[in-house]
Design a protein around this ligand. Structure first.
Ligand code: PGA
Length: 252
């Protein structure tokens, strides 16, 4: 049985004051919902404050990025060792990192190795661009990203994968639940090739890209979809709580 997971990716939004206010607003509602792993991923600078606020709550904390070295002369970077004191999860290889900061599968692979060493749980993001989707390359692109990102990494129950088609992120145009389910099924088969059937069956694979309170139930009804990575809607307390509640209802 895979425990469903809903993670909020706040991206570069919220000051520390705003992050604290947002968590205060959603904490009570989220805490009541059982059987779903709830994760919020605020910006680095808010992790410590949000961690304090979540003491005793069932809500977990994640970061949005990380560097692959443990320490040293890398001005401005944040290491897995630093994050390990603050949070449990870390999003790696988000399409915005790939697009604006030139992150390649090779870098993503190094980051996953580095965070696992320090006991963090990576949420690996993969997904095809619009032109790749339109030219029928989804399978090739997504399979390639999964294999390269996980090269040399043995099975671990810490890994989570998020399938986020780039054309669906922040556009209000989510993949249909059928499309999302099909591609996530493909990812699971790819992972089965790497870690065997058992490993693939245990792995949680989330969908991300314009998930909202309006489409969450439909997406969560799909058998391959184990949860969601939510961007925009995770910044609205009511919407985020509603998405988590829908996941809990559908997956119970
Ligand atoms: P969105 O973002 O929900 O705003 O589309 C999802 C993501 O980028 O993780």
């Amino acid at each position: 049985m895979r425990i469903p997971m809903i993670a909020g990716n706040w991206k570069m939004n919220t000051t520390v004051t705003e992050a604290v206010a947002l968590v205060r607003e959603m904490r009570g509602g989220l805490d009541e919902i059982k059987n779903v792993e709830k994760v919020v991923c605020p910006p680095f600078v808010s992790l410590a404050a949000v961690k304090d606020l979540l003491k005793g709550a069932s809500i977990k904390l994640g970061a949005q990025n990380v560097f692959f070295e443990e320490k040293g002369a890398y001005t401005g970077e944040v290491s897995p060792l630093m994050l390990a004191e603050l949070c449990e999860y870390v999003i790696i290889g988000h399409s915005e990192r790939r697009q604006y900061f030139n992150e390649t599968d090779e870098i993503v692979n190094k980051k996953i190795k580095a965070v696992l060493k320090d006991g963090l749980k990576p949420i690996l993001c993969v997904g095809e661009k619009l032109e790749e989707n339109e030219s029928g390359k989804t399978e090739e692109v997504v399979t390639g990203q999964v294999k390269s990102s996980l090269a040399g990494i043995g099975y671990t129950d810490k890994l989570v994968i998020a399938y986020e088609p780039v054309w669906a992120i922040g556009t209000g145009k989510a993949a249909t639940s059928q499309q999302a389910n099909d591609t996530i099924g493909l990812i699971r088969r790819t992972v089965s090739g790497l870690y065997g059937k058992e490993g693939a069956l245990n792995l949680r694979i989330l969908y991300g890209g314009s998930v909202s309170a309006a489409n969450a139930t439909d997406l969560m009804k799909q058998s391959e979809i184990d949860g969601a990575l939510v961007g925009g809607a995770s910044l609205k307390a009511n919407d985020f709580v509603s998405i988590v509640r829908q996941a809990a209802q559908v997956k119970k």
